[in-house]
Design a protein around this ligand. Structure first.
Ligand SMILES: Nc1ncnc2c1ncn2[C@@H]1O[C@H](COP(=O)(O)OP(=O)(O)OP(=O)(O)O)[C@@H](O)[C@H]1O
Ligand SMILES: [Mg+2]
Length: 357
């Protein structure tokens, strides 16, 4: 029997050092052999956000230990690795460089091919690790740096249908948490605060909700929360503000996804459509629930990655590596880090105060 490929995935684009090994089951579905994630929360906590140089130093300190652990846990021998897949962008250049140099060195020393992976393509393909997923599909990428609707036609084939024109939704969660005095990284905490509050207490704006197609905006919402946060005095009011914010995000994503469904159907005239929701914010239980309900109303099939694969991880990077490996799509050893690397290169830059709908 032919040996199943074993892919080593490496992720270091921001504040998670992650290494994973994946292979295939007998039926060709992916199998995660190990998936180690080392988060740098303690390194950045006192600064309230990620400090690039500290993040890079922490990657350097940990990457070999994490790799050793991932190999041990997978029970394979290092020489069994068939391909090294590494995030080469987008992200912080000093952080990307650590993973890239490490990945290239392993690939060169083992005389195995190197695959440069777009971190966002990792998120886009992450549900493949636990679900059957066929192209084309509509993707809502909701992460710390991105909020986009994309039509995914195949590996490397993306058409952007809509994007945020200011903050990413994860960024909005993090900034609101900071306003409410919640420790970094506050995004996931907001969800817990929201569970204890009254979602109808504060009426918050939903910027560009009836215009701009499925483009999104969160800056006005953040400013409104900032104003209210200056007046709140009790813990109860904090919970209410978190709940009102969470509810507003749910409504924005619900309504904009509905518009995106229409646009996707204009491009792909299919009977059975799939809606993939990926990225860190896809771990939010209420958002999962609201978008699942929308899919039932609109006859789309909702697919989410499992919770532990919503945020940054290297299994999703290895997943892209596996797809590219099977197509013999390899990269050269002079492949540079790409701090900016949109999935749809032809899409217009749509950010800032100049954008009008
Ligand atoms: N349960 C949750 N509810 C809301 N937001 C969440 C939740 N869990 C994580 N997040 C948010 O997800 C983001 C992290 O996601 P992810 O790791 O995918 O982003 P990133 O890698 O920093 O950005 P990008 O992938 O765009 O480069 C953070 O902004 C975090 O607050
Ligand atoms: Mg990410």
């Amino acid at each position: 029997m032919k040996k199943k490929p074993i892919i080593l995935g490496i992720e270091s684009s921001c504040d998670e050092t992650a290494v994973a090994l994946i292979t295939e089951n007998g039926d060709g579905t992916p199998k995660v052999l190990s998936n180690i994630i080392s988060s740098q929360i303690d390194v950045h906590k006192e600064f309230g956000g990620v400090v690039p140089e500290l993040a890079a130093r922490s990657h350097i300190e940990k990457i070999d230990l994490i790799t050793k652990k991932a190999i041990e846990e997978s029970k394979i021998k290092i020489e069994d690795i068939d391909c090294v897949a590494t995030t080469t962008g987008p992200g912080l250049i000093v952080c990307l460089s650590v993973g890239i140099n490490f990945g290239k060195t392993i690939a060169l020393s083992l005389k195995k091919p190197f695959v440069a992976v777009n971190h966002l393509e990792g998120h886009a393909l992450s549900p493949k690790l636990n679900s059957k997923l066929k192209y084309p599909y509509l993707l809502l990428l909701i992460s710390g740096g991105h909020t986009q609707f994309l039509s995914v036609k195949g590996l490397g084939k993306y058409k952007r249908l809509g994007t945020t024109i200011d903050d990413a939704v994860g960024e909005a969660f993090d900034k609101i948490a900071k306003l409410l005095g919640i420790e970094f990284p506050g995004g996931p905490q907001i969800e817990k605060y929201a569970e204890k509050g009254d979602k109808n207490k504060y009426k918050l704006p939903k910027p560009i909700i009836g215009k701009g197609g499925c483009n999104l905006s969160f800056a006005g919402l953040k400013t409104a929360v900032l104003k209210i946060s200056k007046q709140i005095k009790t813990p109860k009011e904090k919970f209410d503000l978190a709940a009102s914010f969470q509810r507003t995000i749910e409504e924005i994503l619900y309504q904009k996804s509905k518009v995106a469904f229409k646009e996707f159907k204009k491009i792909h005239n299919k009977k059975n459509n799939t809606f993939v929701i990926a990225g860190g914010v896809a771990a939010n239980k209420k958002i999962r629930e609201v978008l699942t309900n929308l899919c039932m109303e609109e006859n789309f099939d909702p697919i989410f990655p499992p919770n532990n694969l919503c945020g940054d991880n290297a299994a999703m990077i290895a997943m892209v590596g596996l797809e590219k490996f099977k197509l013999n799509k390899f990269d050269t050893f002079d492949h540079p880090p790409k701090p900016r690397w949109p999935l749809d290169k032809s899409a217009a830059f749509l950010k800032g105060a100049g954008v009008k709908f």
